[in-house]
Write a protein that binds this ligand. Structure first.
Ligand SMILES: Cc1ncc(COP(=O)(O)O)c(C=O)c1O
Length: 400
């Protein structure tokens, strides 16, 4: 352990707010974050408030609208985006689906994605291909982890009919950050494009872990969730739509939350902002849960401070793992964020090591492509947890 980390006592105190951290060494933030007690309390208090004052009443209904506004505001402030650009969803995948289905596809149009996307997003692209007779292709970004230029790879794969590029901002398998602003610029400057090339970023791993200013990045659609790096409850996520891209993205799932009404309650159009993609009744108490999680992180530090701490800790883990025999970190330079992916080179199965580690209280996961183990550190991970994890990997890697 070194002096680059904050005093252990202050972090210990902060960690006490997360019940899940008490009995294990948690390295699965990219799968799901650990909920602070304040979130659990806020969710339960909101359910009670609704039952006490309604559940369906003029008062509760007006209050729920305010809850939605406050939640879009809290999210927008974390993303550096205007509140009106935020749609509340349930998870990353719903946000990706809103963007992918909302484009006015014509037969022969082209969708480009990278070879590092999540299966749900890939499946959506292929269903679009089947239904609208569009072309779907994949570009080789995985190979740019340690050398090469992802911007050039994407630019080389654009076609005149490319309407949408789908990529992850922070790759879930290797932990590479894609230079989103440069990729957006390359798409905007695509010389032979028939129409604007839209860019959808899957932000499953970046929202809540990277400091963000979405308008500066220029991305059109940014789909994220509250339950991973924000450590909110599962069931609340969101989608950012760049204001200039709003009118060309049509709602696909439609309901009372997204429309305007006439005098007789008839639908008259879309809400003017990101709310047009919201549909109907949701688990509203989760909104307060997510806001409480965001407030817990903000009390510790700014998004920039949290990111810097994540990077110090992931570099610490990466350096220690790199020193082990028969362990190969996928990245040959320090990690750019909180994901550290590594492989055993002794031929032992990764799944079995992960299962054995879990029995000892270390929670990690395997990935299939590339075949590896992924350890995620958050800003409140302890260096001592990292020390213990590396010792456990060292002592168990030959036994499994
Ligand atoms: C890159 C990426 N996209 C999408 C998802 C799916 O997230 P959700 O369940 O919030 O839709 C994940 C979850 O691990 C992910 O890592």
């Amino acid at each position: 352990m070194t002096g680059i980390f904050p005093a252990q006592s202050s972090i210990d105190l902060h960690r006490q707010q997360f019940p899940a951290l008490a009995n294990k060494a948690y390295f699965n933030f990219g799968g799901q974050g650990t909920l602070p007690q304040a979130s659990l309390d806020a969710i339960s208090q909101t359910y009670q408030y609704i039952q006490h004052n309604g559940p369906f009443s003029t008062g509760v209904n007006a209050w729920l609208m305010e809850e939605g506004n406050a939640t879009r505001e809290a999210i927008a402030s974390e993303l550096g985006a205007p509140t009106s650009s935020i749609t509340l969803t349930e998870n990353v995948t719903v946000g990706c689906n809103i963007a992918m289905w909302g484009i006015d596809w014509q037969a022969g149009d082209h969708l480009l994605m990278t070879d590092c996307e999540h299966p749900g997003v890939i499946a959506t692209a292929y269903e679009l291909q089947r239904r609208y007779n569009i072309e779907v292709s994949t570009c080789p970004i995985l190979a740019t982890l340690n050398e090469g230029n992802p911007v050039e790879v994407i630019a080389e794969h654009l076609r005149s009919r490319t309407k949408l590029v789908v990529l992850s901002h922070l790759l879930w398998n290797t932990g590479q950050i894609l230079p989103l602003a440069d990729i957006v610029a390359a798409c905007r400057n695509h010389p032979t494009a028939d129409a604007p090339v839209r860019i959808l970023a899957d932000a499953a791993q970046s929202a809540g872990s990277l400091p963000l200013n979405l308008p500066e990045l220029g991305v059109d659609f940014y789909a994220f969730t509250g339950h991973k790096w924000f450590c909110g409850p599962e069931g609340i996520g969101g989608l950012y739509v760049r204001p200039d891209a709003l009118e060309s993205l049509h709602p696909t799932f439609i309901g009372w939350r997204g429309i305007t009404f006439g005098e007789k309650g008839e639908p008259t159009g879309w809400k003017p902002d990101g709310q047009r993609y919201e549909v109907a009744t949701s688990a509203y108490p989760l909104y307060a849960g997510l806001r409480a999680a965001i407030a817990t992180h903000s009390a510790w530090g700014t998004p920039q401070e949290r990111y810097e701490q994540i990077c110090k800790l992931s570099e610490y883990l990466w350096r220690k793992l790199s020193q082990l025999d028969q362990v190969h970190c996928l990245k040959t330079s320090p990690p750019e964020a909180g994901l550290v992916s590594f492989q055993l080179t002794n031929g032992k199965p990764h799944k079995q090591l992960v299962q054995s580690l879990e029995q000892k209280g270390f929670l990690l996961r395997t990935l299939v492509d590339p075949d590896c183990i992924r350890a995620c550190v958050h800003y409140f991970t302890l260096p001592s947890e990292i020390d213990q994890l590396v010792e456990a990997v060292e002592s168990m890697k030959d036994e499994v």
